[in-house]
Design a protein around this ligand. Structure first.
Ligand code: HEM
Length: 363
């Protein structure tokens, strides 16, 4: 029998290990001094976030594992969506949790801020891990920051960081959610053509060409209408509309070659009413919602920080609010955001071919 059980019945507090949990708010290891109510609040909020991060990591891994592999059963998609939706809801809750933090006044915080020294949420390895697991690249971070080299430096200074470093080193070797999503999108049947079909490349290129032609036609019309009523001169407008087409071409054919994953994504978004695309489209929406909720979580953090410490330097030594605002520009699932710019109305879409591929399946 484990030392946690009393008699045969597992108790509420044993199951949740409440005694240990409620004993973890001392502020520092072995501290016997009483901490004040505001500091207890500060610690509890941080601990709650870290617990949410822990759950987010496990949900993201479940979603990633289900979406990984060369074939994903359609029946698995609802489960993946469920994992992603749970993370989204946690992020929404966390975004609101900053409100509780904001009940700490700037003066209340100053009472114990010095005690933190250089300790900062910047050192949260779970936060870095979830960014890496989702697929955030160092080049897309503020000033190309490399979390691993930051963590190596921390671990050199203090072995307490080895746990975080090991975790990050392990995670960076794993496929990210963005990796598996792109691989899955690449296999989307486009106009009824499968990636394994002999003439797939030709058919996908045809689809991309037809789509771009449809965009060009629409653009021409929009330019005529806009230039009639706009205060912007025709040449500037023309440049803007042409840039739109150019960016669509670059999106679909980076370096001249069709990107099948983006073409597949465009196909799902464009023909989203087709029955067989219902779950794929839901999956994509879940990724977008997840990233949006993450961005809002970051944004609310920055606003809370601005309210409590103004524009001063963070305890981690960053520029503080400016740094946090820069992180709100991060986008991981860039293609999902990018495709939105090139969507066109249903009535202008190239006609759908091999529609039966996307009908209800009797299997
Ligand atoms: C009074 C409350 C808080 C203030 C004033 C504050 C301030 C800051 C500042 C200034 C930074 C930038 C890094 C630095 O130079 O320190 C930062 C980063 C961070 N904070 Fe907070 N924070 C607060 C509460 C929290 C809480 C409750 C959490 C929950 C875990 C948290 C998590 C983070 C994370 C994860 C980062 C890294 C963000 C990134 O690099 O993307 N913070 N915080």
């Amino acid at each position: 029998m484990s030392s946690y059980t009393s008699g045969d019945r597992l108790t509420y507090s044993e199951y949740l290990r409440l005694t240990e949990l409620l004993d973890l708010q001392s502020g520092e290891k072995g501290c016997t001094r009483e901490i004040n109510n505001d500091e207890t609040h500060f610690i509890i909020i941080h601990q709650i976030f870290e617990l949410w991060f822990k759950l987010i990591l496990s949900e993201l891994r479940c979603a990633r594992d289900l979406l990984m592999g060369s074939h994903v059963e359609e029946s698995k998609i609802p489960k993946i969506v469920q994992h992603l939706n749970r993370v989204t809801e946690i992020c929404r809750l966390m975004a609101n949790q900053w409100k509780v933090m904001e009940t700490l006044t700037p003066q209340d915080f100053l009472v114990f801020r010095d005690k933190l020294g250089t300790a900062s949420g910047f050192e949260s390895w779970q936060m870095r891990e979830l960014e890496i697991l989702m697929g955030l690249k160092n080049n897309d971070r503020n000033k190309g920051m490399d979390p691993l080299s930051h963590y190596r430096k921390l671990a050199d200074e203090n072995p307490i960081y080895l746990q975080g470093l090991n975790q990050l080193e392990k995670t960076i070797k794993e496929p990210s959610l963005d990796d598996v999503l792109q691989q899955w999108l690449e296999r989307t049947p486009i106009q009824g053509s499968f990636i394994t079909d002999e003439n797939d490349q030709e058919l996908v290129n045809d689809f991309v060409n037809e789509y771009l032609d449809a965009m060009i036609k629409l653009n021409k019309k929009s330019l005529e209408i806009t230039s009639e009523h706009s205060s912007v001169d025709k040449k500037t407008l023309e440049d803007r509309f042409n840039a739109n087409i150019k960016s669509a071409e670059e999106y679909l054919r980076p370096e001249g070659e069709t990107n099948r994953s983006r073409a597949g994504l465009l196909f799902i978004e464009a023909y989203r009413d087709l029955p067989l695309l219902a779950w794929p489209r839901k999956l994509i929406d879940s990724f977008v919602e997840l990233e949006e909720s993450m961005v809002l979580f970051r944004t609310h953090h920055a606003r809370m920080v601005e309210r409590i410490i103004g524009r001063r330097v963070g305890t981690g030594g960053s520029s503080g609010v400016d740094y946090l605002d820069a992180t709100t520009k991060y986008r991981i699932f860039k293609d999902l955001w990018g495709v939105r710019t090139i969507l066109i109305k249903n009535s202008a879409l190239p006609p759908i071919k091999n529609q039966e591929t996307y009908g209800f399946s009797n299997k």
